[in-house]
Design a protein around this ligand. Structure first.
Ligand code: PLP
Length: 406
């Protein structure tokens, strides 16, 4: 047999399971199968018209050439203003590096600050690209299982216990994908104390900051003190708030030293993110924000409806999320039971059965490193939500033995 031609680095990486599942479901739909998709975290709304118009105009005006690798100054200035006005963060425009999506910003960060063998603490459940990116950069992801009793949020005690001499940084997200949890100011203050005490760095992924409900407040950990500000790299992007997933636009804000290194690394790997998308992103930030609020209100209605319906399904426990556009119910009550002659041994088996028999796509919690949970994205229309969750309920009450209601 021929030896693998893959590098050790490539051999360690797994593809994105959420994207893979969503693509599979979309293929099934193309084949004419009626399927309700609760898969990837992608707004179903179109990008607001004024942002599209800005891109059209930019193309027509010939804004189709290279720009500085880390983005044009006008956009970096607009981001710097946004961070100051909305988040209380003082970054100059030169401390902002604009990239092709927050995913790209994150990989730039790991390549910029992680030495081989250094550990990155990641509370889980979490977005699955984090640990793959850490591995790719030569670092070691240190996954900390958080507890449902604390809404799956990392506690200062859990953080302390996870720190070793090799720990370089902590990765925090708020609101969290996949749980929808939101860290409070107090919780962040306590975590910041530990981070400063051990002289660690922190990445604060704030991509869902605009999607917050029930009057909760988004707080950037970087805003809490000068000491934590100096140790934080803030990551954000346009995909979720402005329904701009396909445009690929995100950014990081960091110390001058790190920002410059990220800029230089990006200059060799990808160069600038798409020029006319940068122009459209200025419009997203500086133009009217009504559409953001309109989408948030719609997500809020869907959130309440999907939770109400999921709570009617026997074997499930569904907390009310406070942010993002995901629900993360426990399916513990279905584990070990049989459906269609198959024992539901794990969340993955359940998701396969749901896809095959109920024709709904739900993502296994184990993809986010939390077994016996599933994630449903409610960034989809109300008709799909109602029909999909109705199918889930019907599957459980008519096909899961011991729970069958006659
Ligand atoms: N961070 C989190 C927590 C996410 O859930 C996602 C997308 O799902 C991203 C970052 C990446 O967003 P993008 O690369 O589209 O800006």
């Amino acid at each position: 047999m021929m030896n693998s031609k893959l590098s050790q680095r490539a051999a360690k990486v797994e593809g994105s399971k959420t994207l893979e599942l969503t693509m599979k479901a979309r293929d099934m739909r193309k084949q004419g199968i009626d399927i309700c998709i609760f898969g990837s975290g992608e707004p179903d709304f179109n990008t607001p018209e004024h942002i599209c118009e800005a891109a059209f105009t930019a193309i027509k005006e010939g804004q189709t050439k290279y720009t500085p690798a880390g983005g044009i100054m006008e956009l970096r200035k607009a981001i710097s203003d946004k961070l100051r006005e909305e988040n209380g963060l003082n970054y100059s425009a030169t401390q902002i590096v604009v990239s092709a999506g927050a995913k790209h910003s994150l990989s730039n960060i790991f390549f910029t600050v992680i030495n081989p063998g250094e550990e990155v603490i990641i509370p889980v459940p979490a977005w699955l690209s984090y640990w793959e990116q850490v591995k790719l950069s030569g670092g070691v992801p240190k996954l900390i299982k958080t507890k449902p009793d604390n809404e799956f949020k990392l506690t200062p005690e859990e953080l302390e216990l996870a720190i070793t001499p090799k720990t370089k940084m902590v990765l925090l997200t708020s609101p969290v994908n996949p749980t929808g949890s939101v860290y409070t100011r107090k919780e962040l203050e306590k975590l910041a104390e530990v981070i400063v005490k051990h002289d660690l760095m922190v990445i604060s992924d704030e991509i869902y900051e605009k999607l917050i409900y029930d009057g909760e407040e988004h707080v950037s950990i970087a805003s809490l003190s000068q000491e934590i500000f100096d140790r934080t790299i803030v990551v954000n992007g346009f995909s979720k708030a402005y329904a701009m997933t396909g445009w690929r636009m995100g950014y990081a804000a960091a110390s001058p030293e790190i920002a410059k290194a990220m800029f230089d690394i990006q200059s060799h790997l990808t160069s600038n993110p798409t020029t006319f998308v940068q122009i459209a992103s200025i419009e997203a930030l500086r133009g009217g924000q009504e559409s953001v609020e309109k989408m948030r209100n719609e997500y809020d209605l869907r959130r309440k409806r999907i939770v109400e319906m999921l709570r009617e399904i026997p074997g499930l426990e569904c907390p009310m999320p406070k942010g993002a556009f995901y629900v993360f119910p426990s399916i513990e009550g279905l584990i070990g039971k049989k459906a269609y002659g198959v024992t539901i041994e794990s969340d993955e088996t359940l998701c396969q059965l749901l896809l095959e028999h109920a024709k709904i796509l739900v993502v296994p919690g184990s993809s986010f490193e939390m077994e016996n949970y599933v994630r449903l994205s409610y960034a989809t229309d109300m008709v799909t939500i109602e029909e999909g969750v109705r199918r889930f309920k019907e599957f459980v009450i008519h096909h899961v033995e011991e729970l069958i209601h006659t």
